[in-house]
Structure formats: structure tokens, C-alpha cells
Design a protein around this ligand. Structure first.
Ligand code: NAG
Ligand code: NAG
Length: 398
């Protein structure tokens, strides 16, 4: 309830005035430029623009689908249609839909066939609870059966979001399906225990291509929260740096653009994606001497967007928070940057209790983001997780 008022305040300032809104269709013909979502989107300096030239500002929420089950969360409690209607009712226009690379690895391991949701629930929750939760999902979402696949659930989520004209941003959140993120979870950095670079490229291509028939899919994030592999100091000292990150982003973005040239591609930064400064400020990408160059993204330089996260929830100075957000990210939207990009705050969040929404962090973001005309997706939509950190039906306090 309290969240609602904060979000409404954000949403009413942030969302661009609606353009013409013909009814969406669920087939490829709706990808044409003349109907919603008026894609493909392109960037122009610090803005995202649709085919009508309108500036697009995302105002939305994260919808996790990267946990152990690898199915979008919450469907044991509500139908997809109900959830999307709620999102729409508070004025949101975008979903950051997260996925794990492991889902695609399993599809390849299974001769190209995705596994059923029955198997996915049982694998992740055990026979008894997996069957029970599956049955709850089927009761709430009777269009599915036990033999529906995970990707068909993603398809159904995307189709309902399109029906209600909400943009989809796909986010590669993690490699192994599980709660993210820590320095020792094996998913920190390219080459970490669960983070195979070739599988990552393959998974990005697969989802970018699969999403071609999702009417509302407009963008894809290459990797959530790159971070130092604290349990693997050798890997850290060899490659945890801006130069390597830049090279991985070049590799990932090329694969995504090849698989689906219409997508905007979101680039994240070091230290849990809390800064992307070296990408826009013209500095050398340490430890090397090269700099970010749009020429390295030939043919799709107008598809690149930067994303940052901020969880400085305890901060007690709004001007400090604004200073950090600007210098680590949002400066890229202004003429002060060497290279201009649109920037989104794709994660922030706070406890949904009686008072936190009144605090400095939440109120400061609620005024700062609209003032910058910056897009955002809050953490998080899910009221609970099928399983998180070993606990089933984990309640989400944020
Ligand atoms: C199965 O679900 C019950 C009820 O939610 C829970 O108490 C129990 O811990 C779950 N089993 C496992 C293995 O997590
Ligand atoms: C994409 O195609 C699948 C079948 O191939 C279909 O079930 C799904 O609804 C489609 N998604 C959208 C958004 O049209």
C-alpha cells in the first residue's frame, strides 16, 4: 500500500504522455513500426526513442524468473493476467524479466527441448512440495498443464504484458539458477565456477532469438551485477577489471544484435553494477589504455544503454545520493559526458514497511529520477519466492 503511493508518485512524473495506442496483436505482424510498442527503439544521445520519435522512459519493476525453478515467480498465488493488471493499474510501463543461463544449458542438454514445469518444480522443491506448488500454479493459471514448459510460461508472461502494452526488458541475471548476488556464489564473473563465457554467449543468443515473437520485447541486459570473485582471487586479479568487462560486453552485445537486431542492449558496470563511469567519461579502461568507442559496436551503436544499481538504503543525505547517482551513471545522459547514453536505474529497493518509504533514500529517488527523466525498475514485484537461499516460500520483505 505504502509502496503504491511512492510508485504512483514516480510513475506519474516519469511516464511519457501516451501516443496513439492501437490494440496489440500476438503475432509478428505487430512488430511493424506503426503499432505498439512502436519499435525497434533506438538511442539518440541520452534518450531512448521509439519509431514515432517519442522519448521512452521505463517505469517498472523486476519480475524474477532466475531462481532454482527458473519460472517467473508468484504464479502459485495469482494468475499472470491478475499480476499484469496490477502492474498496469499503478501506471507502470515496463518489466525487467530475469532469467538464468542454466535454463538454456538444460534445453541444449535435452536435445533442444525445454523441460516441463512439473519437472522444474520437482527438481527445485522436491517431489511433495514441487507437486503441491505445481498444482497451485495450475489452479491459478488453468491455461497451463504439467507438461507446459518453462519457456512457454515466459511466453505467456510476455504475451500478457504485450496485451496490456507493457514493455519487456529481458535480464540475464545469473548463470546457475539461484538467488543472486554475492562475491562467492560462483556466478560473479566470466570464468567463475558456474559462469562459463561460451554458455553465456549461447544463452544470450538463444533468448534474444526466442524473444523475436514477444511483441513487447524491446531490450536485453547482458549481465546483472558483475562483481569481484572473492572466493577466486586468481580469477579476480587476472580479469576483474574494466578492460575485460568491456571485451565481454562487446562479445555479448554482438551475439545479441546478431540474434535479434531490434533490441536495445544494456551494459552494466563493476562492483555489483554500482558504476558505469569509465564507459561514458572517456577515461582509459584499466588496466589497459583503450577507451570505450562506439566504433567497436559498428552497426548497432545506437542500441547501447547503460544500467546501474543503487542500494544505499541507509544514506541520510539526498545530495550525497544524487552526487553518487550522477557521477556513477546519470551524467551519461547529459552533455557533460564524453559519450552520451540513456541510463536506467534497473535496481533499487527498500523494505515495504510502514515507514521506510518516507526515508531519505526512497523520497530522494522519487524526486531525482523524474527530474533526470531517467528510467527505473524497482526490486521487486515478487511477494515471495518459490525457493530462495534454501528456504521455500521465502517471503520478500521488499
Ligand atoms: C515444503 O513445504 C512446507 C510448507 O510450506 C515447508 O514447511 C517445508 O519446509 C518444505 N520442504 C522443504 C524441503 O523445503
Ligand atoms: C511465441 O510463440 C509461441 C509458440 O511458438 C506462443 O505460444 C507464444 O504465445 C508466442 N508469444 C507471443 C508473445 O506472441
Amino acid at each position: 500500500m505504502k509502496l503504491l503511493s511512492t510508485i504512483l508518485a514516480l510513475a506519474s512524473f516519469t511516464i511519457a504522455a501516451p501516443g496513439p495506442q492501437p490494440q496489440p496483436q500476438d503475432d509478428l505482424s505487430s512488430r511493424q513500426a506503426g503499432s505498439w510498442p512502436f519499435g525497434p527503439f533506438v538511442t539518440s544521445a541520452g534518450k531512448i526513442r521509439d519509431t514515432t520519435g517519442k522519448s521512452i522512459v521505463y517505469a517498472g519493476t523486476n519480475w524474477p524468473g532466475h531462481g532454482e525453478v527458473m519460472i517467473p515467480e508468484g504464479l502459485q498465488y495469482q494468475s499472470i493476467e491478475y499480476i499484469v493488471t496490477k502492474i498496469k493499474s499503478i501506471g507502470m510501463n515496463a518489466i525487467r524479466l530475469t532469467f538464468a543461463i542454466e535454463m538454456i544449458d538444460q534445453i541444449y542438454a535435452n536435445n533442444g527441448q525445454d523441460i516441463t514445469i512439473e519437472r522444474a518444480f520437482i527438481q527445485a522443491l522436491g517431489q511433495a512440495n514441487g507437486t503441491r506448488i505445481l498444482n497451485q500454479v495450475l489452479t491459478k493459471n488453468p491455461q497451463f498443464t504439467a507438461s507446459t514448459t518453462r519457456l512457454q510460461v515466459f511466453d505467456a508472461v510476455a504475451a500478457e504484458l504485450a496485451k496490456q502494452q507493457i514493455y519487456v526488458h529481458l535480464d540475464n541475471h545469473i548463470s546457475k539458477g539461484m538467488w543472486c548476488c554475492s562475491g562467492n556464489d560462483g556466478n560473479t564473473w566470466w570464468g567463475d565456477t558456474h559462469f562459463n563465457t561460451a554458455n553465456w554467449v549461447r544463452g544470450l543468443s538463444y533468448m534474444a532469438n526466442h524473444g523475436r515473437n514477444w511483441t513487447g520485447l524491446v531490450s536485453l541486459g547482458l549481465r546483472n551485477e558483475p562483481r569481484e570473485p572473492t572466493s577466486n582471487p586468481t580469477l579476480g586479479s587476472q580479469s576483474y577489471n574494466w578492460q575485460s568487462l568491456y571485451n565481454f560486453h562487446k562479445q555479448g552485445s554482438l551475439a545479441v544484435n546478431k540474434a535479434n537486431p531490434s533490441l536495445l542492449i544494456f551494459l552494466s558496470g563493476l562492483n555489483y553494477d554500482t558504476t558505469v563511469a569509465p564507459f561514458f567519461d572517456g577515461s582509459t579502461l584499466s588496466p589497459g589504455n583503450t577507451r570505450f568507442s562506439l566504433g567497436d559496436f559498428s552497426g548497432y551503436a545506437n542500441k547501447l544503454v547503460l544500467e546501474i544499481h543503487n542500494y544505499e538504503t541507509g544514506i541520510n543525505s539526498c545530495s550525497s545520493l544524487q552526487y553518487n547517482l550522477f557521477n556513477k551513471g546519470f551524467k551519461a545522459m547529459t552533455a557533460e559526458a564524453k559519450i552520451q547514453f540513456p541510463v536506467l536505474l534497473t535496481e533499487f529497493g527498500f523494505a515495504m514497511d510502514a515507514s521506510t518509504w518516507r526515508g531519505t533514500y526512497a523520497t530522494c529517488l522519487a524526486s531525482y529520477l523524474p527530474a533526470q527523466k531517467a528510467g527505473w525498475t524497482i526490486w521487486v514485484l515478487a511477494g515471495s519466492y518459490y525457493v530462495r537461499e534454501g528456504r521455500q516460500d521465502y517471503d520478500e520483505g521488499w
